[in-house]
Design a protein around this ligand. Structure first.
Ligand code: GEM
Ligand code: ZN
Length: 375
């Protein structure tokens, strides 16, 4: 029997793996950081034998509540990621599984590989209306890639979408894949009308280094990018520095920063109500966007989410707050669950890449609903 993780986004530490019914594992923290929660590893063992895999020390993980009623995902073919039986006792997560094949992958959520990321960029740039730009390099020397969709024109609105500031939140890049597939579909009337009204700037992966390294939350040097927007630097957070620099060139009328949430079993958004210059205009835009998205899909709701920030109390280092304040624009953090949408549960797959992609398509409906109101 053998446990391995030396691959794209792999993360596990083996404590012991000699008996199928007593495999002991630990998650490695993000580099130069205390955050840990993302895991991704392969079990090589006998098929049709019951295995008990225990991930220990989760009391001090980034989001301990994320393990309550959580089910890990597993895959034999690295395409289909199904949920497996798990129990959490407050300290340890026990995965109980009888593999059907000798090699089984386990992960915190369906991985989105760096190769798939490069394939997405390469596929998108072939669309007539899409241009791929490299804004600069990350700390590990990877491209900070931006997709520009539509022809920038004076009267067009400017819509920015960023995803995976937190690299373990792979659902964010799955959503962007679905959003791009619809936006670049030349036979889709909504996409065509939206691109007459707006130009899109899309960053499918804000944190490629953290993604490959198997991090939950930080970049290569331990920076939580969603706390770097007040004063980014090329030394610590080039990913944010380069994107913010480009935003200052293009302006922003609508900003969507896509994330995943470890504990809340819902899709929801967090706005900029705590910003110093938050206004009735922005609130009206927020409400219209949310109402439109709730009409577009029952997967989205506005009852459960993060506590509202008190007036003037927004954390200015957070992307949504910094961009909303700087550009006086509609700005949302969009959250999807690592677990499932408890209002529409899928016992086999939970929240999944397919549902992420569908939500990415549905988000365009809400964007169209507010496009003419953005300024
Ligand atoms: C969250 S967003 C920050 C909190 N925002 C509000 N409005 N309470 C983060 O960065 O901690 C997003 C995430 O991590 O998924
Ligand atoms: Zn996040």
């Amino acid at each position: 029997m053998r446990i391995s993780s030396n691959f794209d986004s792999g993360n596990i530490q083996v404590i012991q793996a000699s008996e199928p019914d007593n495999i002991q594992l630990r998650i490695k923290p993000d580099n130069q950081s205390d955050f840990y929660q993302w895991f991704h590893f392969k079990l090589e063992s006998q098929a049709f034998v019951s295995h008990r895999l225990t991930i220990v020390d989760l009391k001090n993980s980034a989001y301990p509540d994320g393990w309550k009623n959580y089910q890990a995902v597993a895959s034999y073919n690295r395409q289909e990621w199904f949920r497996v039986d798990c129990e959490f006792d407050g300290e340890q997560l026990v995965i109980q599984h009888t593999p059907e094949f000798e090699h089984t992958y386990f992960a915190y959520f369906a991985p989105y590989s760096y190769e798939r990321h490069l394939d997405l960029l390469a596929w998108a740039q072939q669309a007539p209306l899409c241009q791929q730009l490299c804004l600069g390099e990350t700390i590990d020397g990877r491209d900070m890639s931006l997709l520009v969709i539509g022809e920038p024109e004076k009267d067009k609105k400017v819509i920015w979408v960023t995803a995976r500031q937190h690299p373990g939140e792979t659902m964010a890049e799955w959503l962007v894949e679905g959003l791009l597939e619809r936006l670049l579909d030349e036979d889709d009337g909504l996409a065509r009308q939206l691109l007459e009204k707006a130009v899109f700037y899309v960053v499918p992966n804000m944190n490629p280094d953290g993604a490959v390294r198997g991090h939950l939350r930080t970049n290569a040097v331990g920076a939580n990018l969603n706390r770097e927007w007040a004063a980014p630097s090329m030394e610590r957070s080039p990913e944010v520095f380069l994107v913010k620099q480009m935003m200052l060139e293009t302006g922003v009328d609508l900003f969507l920063d896509v994330h995943g949430d470890e504990a809340l079993p819902y899709n929801f958004v967090a706005g900029a109500e705590g910003n110093p210059d938050y206004s009735p205009r922005i609130k009206q835009l927020e409400d219209h966007f949310k109402q439109s998205l709730m009409l577009a899909t029952p997967e989205f709701q506005d009852t459960y989410g993060y506590p509202k920030d008190a007036p003037g109390q927004a954390n200015a280092t957070v992307a949504t707050h910094a961009v909303g304040q700087t550009f006086d624009c509609l700005a949302f953090t969009l959250e999807m669950p690592f677990k499932d949408n408890i209002e529409l549960p899928d016992t086999a797959y939970g929240w999944s890449p397919a549902r992420c992609k569908q939500l990415g398509e549905d988000v365009l409906i809400a964007m169209r609903a507010v496009a003419d109101m953005l300024r």
